[in-house]
Design a protein around this ligand. Sequence first.
Ligand code: ADP
Ligand code: MG
Length: 349
Amino acid sequence: MLEDKNQGRTSLEKLGEFGLIDHLTKEFTIQHESTVKGIGDDAAVLDFKYKKTVLSTDLLIEGVHFDLSYVPLKHLGYKAVVVNLSDIYAMNATATQITVSIAVSNRFPLEAIEELYAGIALACKKYKVDLIGGDTTSSTTGLLISITAIGEANEENIAYRKGAKPNDLLVVSGDLGGAYMGLQVLEREKEVFKVNPNSQPDLEPYSYIVERQLKPEARKDISGLLQVLGVQPTSMIDISDGLSSEILHLCKNSDVGCNLYEDKIPLDPTVISACEEFNIDSTMVALSGGEDYELLFTVAQSDFDKIKGNPNLSIIGHMTDASEGAHLITRGDTKIPLTAQGWNSFESE
Ligand code: ADP
Ligand code: MG
């Protein structure tokens, strides 16, 4: 009776807050011993024994951080979890639990929120994290999602933004610029759709970059990989805003400078071809595109042999004395100061 069979739309009002929470969370199971009490009491209880606890939180607002006209709710739920886990991995820690809080307007039927939670559940399963609580409330306008991710690490393994030393190698996981170029493709299709709602976009040639945008993955594997290689990063950050901005964070927090080599920046062939098609400079995209959720870190020069040739990792530069500043060394051997926006083309030295 709650459900209008013709529409498949169940009103949230009829379900009520507690009914909704129950319905959304009943399929989630606990996988970690550190979760002593999950959903169902006034607070969750965790026990990390001798390990340190790492915690990070994010707030996502419809119309500011996501646009439901081209982001399916399931993808949104998945991505919201993944970007939070990325912050935990960026501490060289293991993610173990999340809380999810949502504010929803009546314009969303239960089925929409179910989609959102299907994405959240998928991420919890894939990344092996327990959903241990949250809050549910109504909103007068759009959808709001806040996720808190919790993780654990041995104290000596935690990597901060501070800690890089001059001569340390600058290393990045995976490849860059895909998420930004995926967004360009999606936005172009959205404009085409506005003009011709019957158009069927062929996104197949762009599947890698569209996926990087809609279904990004966090680098759960890197902390374990570094452990196996016997490498303790001296500093670490995840790439949410673009390589340039993250390098500057490491430099500022560690009080060092940096030389980044343009020819070392890892780019997928699909990103290069999309850049050609959209007439955008691929280095600019890597530097300021953002949302790749790869990890950027520094290691001691003496760890070079352990890192070199690893297919997951690229050495893209090295840290310098703070007085030298942060620069991009171009393919043409020009030294250009890095800025939070990418680079400053008017300040070539
Ligand atoms: P309280 O009134 O103490 O805030 P709630 O009724 O809001 O408790 O929540 C009951 C339980 O359900 C708590 O364990 C809470 O963490 C969990 N919970 C509430 N909303 C959500 C949600 N959107 N996702 C996951 N768990 C939730
Ligand atoms: Mg509550």
